[in-house]
Design a protein around this ligand. Structure first.
Ligand code: GLN
Length: 310
């Protein structure tokens, strides 16, 4: 008899619990304080059924996992052509917070690294939008994707803003080249608020399942984006979601994914499911160590690699 899904998920977590390598992110003081033993995962099918294991309802800040979803919102709000003029879609092969732009256009290389994500955030709603409008847009859109009202963790946000020198440097560089406009500290504050939205792995799996269906939230049935937007976002996740480990991840795991420094990872299995994992210790690329191992196991055990032909 086949193992029921919940037992299988419990077994996956148990088999990886002993791996304590890596370390919490420490450049955001509040994240350094998080309990490193937390470990949870959830999988939501495109029919809207969620299976969860471990710390499935523990909330943590979404951080960079906000990037693909804010990117989708910016495309909806401003059109793909406009967004592409300002943010590229090439893998950067660099760390998430690298101070670098494309040589000729001065665009950030993609929306998954901070330079691209700060630009994407600045595009939300419209040219005249305030910081409050943009944060509201992210919060409302993410809440509809998750199917419940999400909120910003003000402590995490304040903690990151206290040492946001690098993101400020990136944003001033973008402002110098006319990629973003307006008040730079306010754009960085809005982006940091977006990163401080609290989610659980359950939320992440439903959000990802909405990409997997091509834009229909599988629990509420609401269409939140066109299939073309979902396809574009998943493709950029596959190319650049895991930063300088993107090629290694795509070959080994083969699931479009995005990680965040709080320890979350979201993965999308097109037409099948969304997956969320949470474990705060990160590897040298800033990706959750045990989260990565979970995805490797799912890919192997369930034949989920995008390019698997067997
Ligand atoms: N808010 C974080 C930052 O901008 C997000 C980075 C991440 O999750 N990789 O540095």
């Amino acid at each position: 008899m086949k193992t029921p899904v919940p037992d299988y998920l419990d077994e996956v977590l148990d088999s990886l619990r002993n791996d304590t390598s890596g370390a919490n992110a420490d450049y955001i003081p509040e994240l350094a304080e998080a309990d490193p033993e937390r470990f949870g995962m959830a999988l939501t099918t495109t029919l809207g059924r969620t299976y969860a294991a471990g710390d499935a309802d523990t909330e943590f800040s979404i951080q960079s996992i906000s990037k693909p979803f804010a990117y989708a919102a910016a495309i909806i709000d401003r059109g793909l052509d406009h967004v592409l003029e300002l943010v590229g879609v090439e893998p950067s092969g660099e760390a998430f917070n690298e101070l670098s732009l494309e040589g000729d256009t001065h665009r950030p290389k993609n929306p998954m690294i901070n330079a691209g994500a700060i630009t994407t955030h600045s595009l939300l709603v419209g040219a005249e939008a305030s910081q409050g409008d943009r944060v509201d847009r992210a919060l409302t859109f993410f809440s509809r994707l998750a199917g419940r009202d999400l909120r910003v963790d003000e402590r995490v946000c304040a903690s990151e803003l206290g040492s946001a020198h690098r993101n400020l440097a990136i944003a001033y560089m973008l402002r110098t080249y006319g990629i973003i406009d307006g008040d730079v500290p306010s754009v960085v504050e809005g982006y940091t608020r977006q990163c401080s939205i609290l989610v659980s792995v359950r939320d992440l799996s439903v959000m990802a399942a909405t990409l997997a269906t091509g834009g229909i939230q599988p629990v509420t049935g609401e269409r939140l984006m066109d299939p073309g937007v979902a396809r574009h976002v998943m493709a950029v996740m596959a190319a650049a979601g895991m930063y300088d480990a993107a090629g290694d991840w795509l070959t080994r795991v083969g699931i479009p994914a995005k990680s965040g420094v709080a320890g979350g990872i979201v993965g999308v299995l097109p037409d099948r499911a969304g997956v969320g994992t949470f474990s705060p210790r990160l590897d040298s690329h800033g990706n959750s160590r045990r989260g990565r191992l979970v995805f490797e196991r799912l890919s192997r055990d369930m034949g989920l690699h995008l390019f698997a032909s067997d």
